[in-house]
Every structure is written in C-alpha cells, then in structure tokens.
Design a protein around this ligand. Structure first.
Ligand code: AMP
Length: 404
C-alpha cells in the first residue's frame, strides 16, 4: 500500500511517497516558488540522487502534475501506474472547532475547511488549493485531511480557554488549538519505544524547535497543554514570530503609530514576520546565522538567542509543574535536532527538575534518535528527528481503512 503525503504552502508543494508495508519513504521532494518567474523542483527517490530543476509553474495543479509525472517516470519513477497510490494525505494546519480528527475529503468537508480559512489565512487556503489540484490530477484516489490541531483535542477547557468575555468563545470559537500535532504525536510514540514503556505510563515534555516552535505537555499519550494558541503566534520566541507578549503592547503601538499601522494585517505582519530572532537581532531569523553573529561579537544576536532559550526553559519549568514531574524531555525539529548549544542553554541549571545532560552525548552529531542525558539524570532527555510526513501517511491510512 502506497500513500502520498502532501503539504501545500502558499507557493510550495512538499510531498513524500511511502510504502506503508515497511513505512519506507520511496520518493520525496518539493516544488517551490509556484506562481513566480522561476519555480524550483527538487526531487529524490530511494534509488536516485537529488535533482534540482528551475522551471515555470503557474499554480498548484501544475506542480502536482509535475510531481505525478516524475513519480511515473519510466527511468527514475517509483510507481508504474497511478492506481498504485492508495490514498493521499494532506497536511492541514488549522482544523478550528470543525475537525477533531483526520477525515476523508468530501464536498461537506471541503465546505467546512473553507470556514476555517480565517483561522490560518496563510496556510489553509493553500491547503485547499492543494486538495483541488489533487482531485483534478488523481480523481479516483481518495484524499484524507490530517490536522496539526487534532492531537491537541485533549487539552482541558481551563487550559484552552482565554480569559476574555465568554461570548468570543461561544460565537467565534476563540480558544487555544495548538499546532505541530503530527510532530508531537510522532516523537512521543518514538520516545515511548526508546524508554521501553507504554505511552500510557509516561509524562513527557516535547520541545519542537524549528522556524516555528511549540512546547507540549503529554500525559499518558494525551496532550494536556501546549504553548501555541488560537494561532501559531503564541508561545516561545520563534524565527520571526514574537511568541508571548503583553497584548496591550499592540494597542499601544497602534495608538502611537497610526500612519504605519493602519489595519490588523500590518500589525499581524509585525508580530508574525518581523519579530522573534529577526526582530530582536535585526540580522536573521535563522539560528545558524545568529550563532555566527554571536561569534563575531554581535550583542543583539546574543540577546535574541538568550531570549529564545529562556522562553523555552520557562515553558519546560511550567509544564514540569503541571505534570508533577516528567519521565522524558524531547528535542525535535530543525533547531531541536541540530543545535547542541540551544539544548545546552535550555537544560542548564535544571538540576532541580531532575534534568542533566551529558556534554559529549549532546555534542555528538547524529541524525538518529538518541539520549543526551547523564545516567544519573532522573529525566531522560532525548533528541528525536521528527517525521510529520510519515505521521500524515499513518493517519491517512487509519482513516481510509476505517472508512472501508
Ligand atoms: P524547521 O522549521 O524544523 O525546518 O527548522 C528550521 C530551522 O532550524 C532553521 O531556521 C534553523 O534556524 C534551524 N537549524 C537547522 N539546522 C541547524 C543547525 N545545524 N544548527 C542550528 N540551527 C539549525
């Protein structure tokens, strides 16, 4: 059984084709800069090296056409007939209050997804375009929507509510939803295997640290709190997002700079695109560049970096309290998997919480899952490469099989 995982952004389509018998990724790639003068198609298969092509691609349908053609390619393709793809799983960032689990695509589901556009205006319309493109290209193959918000459905009401007038929850469904659900679910399952215990017996904190970051508290396999909120803006300091700030700052800026900030969009851009590491350092949103600038003596980069690590540390402390102790702390995603210095700074002076990391283990590069805590550490600290695409394929498989 082969399943195609698709992640459509506003100007990109990422894909992975899995053979579900052994969960092996057999082909993957990305089409970027769709609709621009020159798009870029990077692809690879289990049997062929990465290739890169520049070409003109007007929309998601053309991108999907290109992807399907390359999957069918006689020489370097991975399938001989389109019917070998059993299901397509689509990553959907925001399911709002409409979707609590993966669903098969129907006309009704598409209508309901459209009602969630306003909750993730950068992501959900792009996902929708991808669904329509897949329908055009693969009309006989069922599609499943897999939501980033689904894994967080178990958060209790006192944790997901905001203390604003209740009518906004009732009328507009303003509440915490949480994101990166596929990643948090995947790494918590791997952590249980690494610890040799059932997820039902574990209390975990997961630090998904990438361009966007979220920290999640998982008890007995269920999320009890997460740092992102109504949108992916809340929580820790991120690449270009401010994370938690006093909301009154926004009113203050709006009143003080009415010429510069005329509407919600301009303020949203300030908080989503011009803040975080980039906003504080004035240099970059990328941790690698920030670290380079720190080595060159750049003070604002140092400050931005310290703010990021401090904000993650605060969430770990807070969730450690809520969970009344933890068994495991997991680092994942671009920064969490690749930056020993970030992990070191976050875990520094957390002995009181039973967290102690081994410098050698932390510094040794590996792209495999590993423990980085000392043997004495009460909490097992792990680095686990995430695999959201596989999680999407797994969820799509379960949803498809239960519907048939
Ligand atoms: P993601 O959103 O999970 O793809 O993570 C992307 C981010 O990971 C980039 O913006 C970088 O800041 C960070 N990253 C990737 N590789 C490294 C590395 N070797 N050291 C530090 N940060 C890294």
């Amino acid at each position: 059984m082969k399943i195609l995982s698709v992640n459509c952004g506003s100007s990109s389509v990422k894909y992975s084709l899995f053979e579900m018998k052994n969960e092996k990724k057999i082909a993957w790639g990305v089409v970027e800069c769709i609709g621009l003068r020159e798009a870029c198609y990077v692809k690879q298969t289990i049997n062929s090296k990465e290739t890169k092509n520049s070409l003109r691609i007007a929309n998601h349908t053309e991108a999907l056409k290109l992807i399907i053609e390359s999957l069918l390619d006689k020489e370097n393709g991975s399938i001989s007939d389109i019917s070998e793809i059993c299901v397509v799983g689509h990553r959907i960032v925001h399911g709002g209050n409409k979707f609590s689990k993966a669903v098969l695509v129907t006309e009704k589901m598409k209508r309901e997804l459209k009602e969630c556009f306003a909750l993730a205006p950068l992501h959900n319309p792009a996902h929708y375009a991808g669904i329509i493109a897949v329908e055009k290209m693969l009309p006989k193959i069922p599609s499943v929507l897999v939501f980033d918000t689904a894994f967080h459905q178990t958060i209790p009401d006192y944790a997901y509510m905001y203390a604003i007038p209740y009518e906004y929850y009732k009328k507009d469904h303003i509440r915490k939803y949480g994101f990166h659900g596929s990643s948090h679910k995947y790494v918590s399952q791997i952590a249980a295997t690494m610890l040799g215990k059932s997820l039902n017996k574990l209390k975990l904190i997961i630090a998904h640290l990438g361009n966007g970051s979220s920290i999640t508290a998982v008890k007995k396999g269920k999320v009890i709190d997460t740092s992102m909120g109504f949108t992916p803006l809340q929580g820790v300091v991120m690449g270009t997002r401010c994370g938690d700030i006093d909301p009154a700052i926004i009113c203050y800026i709006l009143n003080k700079y009415p010429q510069q900030y005329k509407d919600a969009n301009s303020l949203s851009s300030l908080m989503n695109n011009e803040s975080g590491l980039l906003g504080v350092s004035g240099v970059s949103s990328d941790v690698r560049t920030i670290l380079k600038m720190i080595r060159m003596g750049n003070k604002r980069s140092k400050l931005a970096f310290e703010m990021l690590c401090y904000s993650v540390k605060k969430y770990i402390g807070s969730y450690h309290g809520i969970l009344n102790g933890i068994d495991g702390l997991i680092f994942t995603a671009g920064i969490g998997e690749n930056s020993p210095i970030v992990r070191k700074l976050i875990c520094k002076n957390l002995h009181a919480l039973g967290i102690e990391i081994d410098t050698n283990k932390n510094n040794t590069y590996s792209n495999e899952q590993k423990f980085i805590s000392t043997p004495e550490s009460r909490v097992k600290v792990m680095v686990i490469p995430t695999n959201e695409e596989l999680m999407i394929a797994r969820e799509a498989k379960i949803c498809f099989q239960s519907a048939h």
